[in-house]
Write a protein that binds this ligand. Sequence first.
Ligand code: ADP
Ligand code: ZN
Length: 722
Amino acid sequence: MSRARVLVLNSALGPLDYRVPYGMSVEPGSVVVAPLGPRQLMGVVWEPDRMPSDAEVGDNRLRNLVGVADVPPLAAPLRRLVEWTADYYLAPPAAVVRMAIPSTSALEGARTAIEYRATGELPERLTPQRAQALERIADRQGLIRELAAIADVSDGVIRGLVKAGAIQAVEVAIDSPFALPDPAFAQPVLSESQQAAADRLVAQVEARAFAPTLLDGVTGSGKTEVYFEAVAAAIREGRQTLVLLPEIALTEPFLRRFQDRFGCEPVAWHSGLRSTQRRRAWRAIASGEALVTVGARSALFLPYANLGLIVIDEAHETSFKQEDGVHYHARDVAVMRGMFEGCPVILASATPAIETRQQVAAGRYAELRLPGRYGAAEMPTIEAIDLIAHPPERGRWLAPKLVTAMEETLARGEQSLLFLNRRGYAPLTLCRTCGHRFQCPNCTAWMVEHRLTRRLACHHCGHIEPVPRACPECKNEDTLVACGPGVERIADEVSFLFPEARTAIVTSDTIWSPAKAAEFVARMEGGAIDIVVGTQLVTKGYHFPNLTLVGVVDADLGLEGGDLRAAERTFQQIRQVSGRAGRGEKPGHVYIQTHSPGAQVMQALVTGDADAFYAAETEARRDAGAPPFGRYAAIIVSSEDQAAAHDTARQIARAAPQVEGMHVYGPAPAPLAMLRGRHRFRLLVHARRALDVQDVIRAWLGGLDWPAKVRVAVDVDPYSFL
Ligand code: ADP
Ligand code: ZN
């Protein structure tokens, strides 16, 4: 080949053609360095007929490729996945392929690197920043800028600590091989139903063919043990496994669990990796040496040499949906990857999404069910507390019945968990005198008070302010009041009610690293905590046998806003958190505080009759032509200039094509009408399932122009309606 079509890693550009200089050899998938203006960019060679270019350049005007990276070419199945993803989610192919090649440093040759770590010595001058840095870094190791990020200080602070002798440089080898997991290391004896499910999955792995399967069983039924058998089979076959988790907070418990079963940790892939670890993992994945990789969404597009199995754990989780950059759903893309690679895909869930159930009903996915919890553990009892009939005392949030149950649990020496999906102390702060409410200057959102850090924070853009003494509006002092509870406020109430109890708050503010998560687990397991107050961060993955009481502080919270999945999500989330109770031999109890105990979703939670709830939800979706029976796509128009955004949104609406089976709603200001300083308008496209809505939108938007300061993003199959 003397001419190559290259997808350079710049989302603003289409594919470009280059000359392959004499002596260089490339093939589709080769990772190359290409000149672009005065710069050089990474890119991937592509089949020209699969990636049409609208900038055909004559042979004589082609520029030479600069080099080829010393890594295996991206294989055909991954290239097909990139094309499918770009096509389905209306994203530039370069933006998708970029997720397969995360950094140039992974491709460079160095085998050792200089990293830094604390020496254990304290510097002579210990400023608060230095103290914070040393506390957060503890036994971490990494590049200066990585340590600075972990410690939330500037690079200069870390460099100062190096000079002061509190941090030292160390040389590390970065390509040492990964340990090989041993499929026979600690093989459990499976129950009859577990064994039957495992046998089916093992047969699929050995058959080396695409086969999507829903593995459905209540929390604690042994889904993990069962899919580990499929992982063991893939290891025996010498093929790679990818385990996708919905968030990196779940990685730590997973690593330990995996080690117990297979004798060593799998390869972890997540945003918290140091660049040297990232390079080592990426290379091992691309060479096929990394037999099992666990990660969040970003692990999905890695160049596995020889993929034999994909597992999507907690497959119903909406955090698999990526909401910025390329708007893709990792669950759905993972199934497509399985199809292109020709390998089985396991979707494990205690509360499968309606979309997934529908695939089973349509015969496209197989289903394996595990009945009941494993061993002596029983499902917890679940009771609703009617907040209207039995309200908490004035100014409090916990109803008497829940408080009594907590008291009894404490007396038995067992642990309780209070779940409220709201960080901070209070979601709204206002002035008692003039009614002033604290709003984020960049977003249509209230500032959330955080008492632990004494500031007001916007959870959308990260803007923070100190809590003022005086109202900025009427200037009166000490008139600010907190409205509504967040976890910190619940923790205050718990300390007031049970001053002797040892309480922990678990949110992304307190558990910001895998090390913090491990510390929390150790304290729970060691019995050093009596009552946990936490957000959704504690609802998943953990297994605490002595945790027997779960209280859902505000079950109605998720129903606000009323998007199409609100009831389903509430059901999933509360079932999930309920699943934390009574996982050992002691029975568990769950109390759900709600203002509408009669609502269908609350009834379904209390009776445990998931099938009736899902049947009703599914019918409602079918009637409304909502997913999975119909399709949505959102078009979000945003700009710092409100008028420009509005004009473009109206222009897009006016140009909407008349298509049978498709309806366009809007534009309307998005519920989050301003986000990070940008004004936002939304159009919602609703279409029949059979309609190729992507093609319609491509042609529609492709014919329009808008000012450079306006951004138009398309979200196919949206999950967030904000
Ligand atoms: P799930 O993934 O469905 O929530 P797990 O696989 O985590 O369930 O199983 C719940 C608990 O029961 C875990 O502690 C697990 O080790 C244990 N367990 C499940 N099946 C078995 C088995 N066959 N032998 C021993 N322990 C088991
Ligand atoms: Zn904000």
